[in-house]
Design a protein around this ligand. Structure first.
Ligand SMILES: [Zn+2]
Length: 564
């Protein structure tokens, strides 16, 4: 039996479903490229039936990431499977991943179907998927709470129908290692033909056992493991890719399995995901947490200085953490910055480098020492894949023990400057109120966090926000030595994303969204869009639609965004 494990990354599907982790198309593609560099075998890019933008994101990943298998999730209905197929059809190696629940609890209360009906649904779904692509994965949702004999029958039928990977999910993170190994062992013994397919596991972390359960399953014969970067995912998350891979690597003496993962890409993948979603990993998180390699106790520090291995079972370098060296100053040129970023693993395009350099010069004027972490924050700050409908040009805020605070903001929109002044409980609230006055987009702040990127009083502050517009949350992020400036730009980042999404959904949704613009951006937004030199073809349609079917279209938009 082969000891090569298939690493199936579902950061973009299960991970993206977790609260606050939603990504837009550009962010998904960027993350998919990094996961590709990480060397995983399969990328599950999304659930195309969930929404129009999920469908388009899966399609974009399928087109642009060519090495790994690209999987799309589908329930057992023909509509789901056909849509999944259309989304991944452009992939070099497409996989349809179809699933149905097999536990009595789910069948009775969620699906309201009998065992026999579910059995037939599974078989028909695999057959239909197989008519599109030879690579078909079948998952028995809630497998660990299913009757083992029924599970065995469904799995046998799915294999018979042509599934090439059989996935056994611990959907609610309920199982424990010994029990899970027993289920995998039973299936291996009692399902005819199981030796010809890849047995997979998908574990959730509700009891903190996702990685332990996955490893137990591997020892019992599973050869594909589904996991996510930083362990993000529904509720407490999925098995964490970095923990799983490093456990296999560090304990290769007793776990003789190999993966294709390039471990030195782990830290960068973790950082990129945090940067995109604004979800920071906890300091004591295994492998990628800020303290994962920090030795605080005197005895430990003494030991590590004498011999690293006394308290270190793996090196920070093995997961791609570079030492925190002072690198560049204000006299460093664009070329030096480009080279340094390359060393840190960020190959930037010319416009990206230009943007990063401009920001670098601004920061270098304010901050004596620039560390690697600062540079990474600068790069991520400059990652604006979406057009900046509104750009911050000037900000002046007052703060102190006397309330309220005031802020004056100048934003540039389509070549025009607009100024607004507002008050608020603090300088950030005042700045946000002023921004809202100009954009006429009122966001509801769901979450706000700030952290110092590196050390010292002149450290850059990195601000992450989650802002809700028309019932849908968008993330925004920015870094600056001035935290009010970072806060304002992070907020604008989210505003620009919301506007970009509302404009980018294409026909028939294009017109739908244009009509919904007044919902997102109140009426005065439409004339501005109309006056824009660059198309938006949506604006003319918006006018038409508002007179005709505007209301209906706008409802459709709300439905679209709520589905995600
Ligand atoms: Zn899951």
């Amino acid at each position: 039996m082969s000891h090569r494990l298939v690493i199936f990354d579902t950061t973009l599907r299960d991970g993206e479903q977790s609260p606050g982790a939603s990504m837009n198309l550009e962010e998904k593609v960027r993350m998919a490229r990094q996961i590709d560099a990480l060397g995983v075998d399969v990328i599950e890019a999304g659930f195309p039936m969930a929404s129009e933008d999920d469908y388009r994101a899966v399609q974009a990943v399928a087109r642009e990431v060519r090495r790994p298998v690209i999987a799309a999730l589908a329930r057992t209905t023909p509509a789901d499977i056909e849509r999944a197929w259309r989304a991944i059809e452009p992939a070099a190696r497409p996989r349809i991943h179809t699933f149905v629940a097999t536990s009595d609890l789910h069948m009775q209360h969620k699906l309201r179907r009998s065992r026999e009906e579910v059995f037939d649904m599974a078989v028909e779904a695999v057959r239909l998927a197989k008519s599109f692509t030879p690579d078909v994965e079948f998952s028995a949702e809630d497998a660990t709470r299913s009757d083992v004999d029924f599970l065995r029958r469904v799995v046998a039928a799915a294999v018979e129908a042509g599934a090439t990977t059989i996935n056994i999910p611990d959907t609610v993170g309920y199982t424990i290692p010994g029990e899970f190994a027993g289920i995998i062992g039973t299936l291996r013994e009692r399902v005819p033909g199981i030796g010809n397919v890849v047995l997979s596991v998908h574990c959730h972390n509700d009891l903190g056992l996702a990685v332990a359960n996955s490893l137990a399953a591997v020892e019992a014969g599973a050869r594909q493991v589904e996991c996510t970067v930083n362990g993000i995912g529904e509720r407490a998350g999925n098995a964490s890719l970095e923990e799983l891979v490093m456990a296999l690597y560090v304990r290769r003496d007793v776990l003789p399995y190999v993966t294709g993962v390039v471990t030195t890409e782990i830290y960068k993948s973790s950082q990129l995901l945090s940067a995109i979603t604004g979800m920071h990993v906890q300091a004591n998180k295994a492998v990628v947490g800020k303290n994962a390699f920090a030795h605080e106790a005197g005895i430990h520090q003494d030991g590590v200085l004498k011999e690293r291995r006394t308290y270190e079972i793996m090196t920070p370098e093995s997961v791609g953490i570079k030492s925190n060296r002072l690198v560049l100053g204000k006299h460093s040129g664009r070329h030096a910055l480009g080279k340094k970023l390359q060393d840190l693993g960020y190959g930037l395009s010319r416009p990206e480098l230009d943007r990063a350099y401009a920001r670098f010069i601004e920061i270098a004027d304010l901050k004596k020492e620039i560390f690697d972490e600062d540079l990474i924050a600068i790069v991520h700050d400059g990652m604006r894949e979406i057009p900046e409908t509104f750009a911050l040009k000037l900000l002046h805020a007052t703060a102190g023990s006397q309330r309220p605070s005031t802020a004056t903001v100048t934003l540039e929109a389509e070549g025009r400057d607009e100024v607004a002044c507002a008050i608020g409980d603090g300088p950030v609230a005042a700045a946000y109120n002023a921004i809202d006055q100009i954009t006429r987009v009122r966001g509801r702040l769901l979450d706000y966090s700030i952290r110092a990127v590196s050390r010292g009083r002149d450290a850059m502050g990195e601000v992450s926000v989650h802002v809700e517009f028309s019932g849908r949350a968008f993330t925004g992020k920015a870094a600056s030595t001035d935290v009010v400036d970072a806060s304002a730009r992070a907020y604008l980042h989210a505003v620009n994303k919301a506007l970009h999404l509302s404009r980018s959904l294409s026909p028939p949704s294009e017109t739908v969204v244009a009509a919904a613009l007044p919902r997102i951006a109140d009426a005065p937004m439409a004339p501005r869009a109309k006056a824009a030199p660059a198309p938006p073809p949506t604006s003319a349609a918006a006018g038409d639609l508002r007179q005709t079917g505007g209301r209906q279209a706008s409802d459709t938009f709300v439905r679209l965004i709520n589905l995600v």
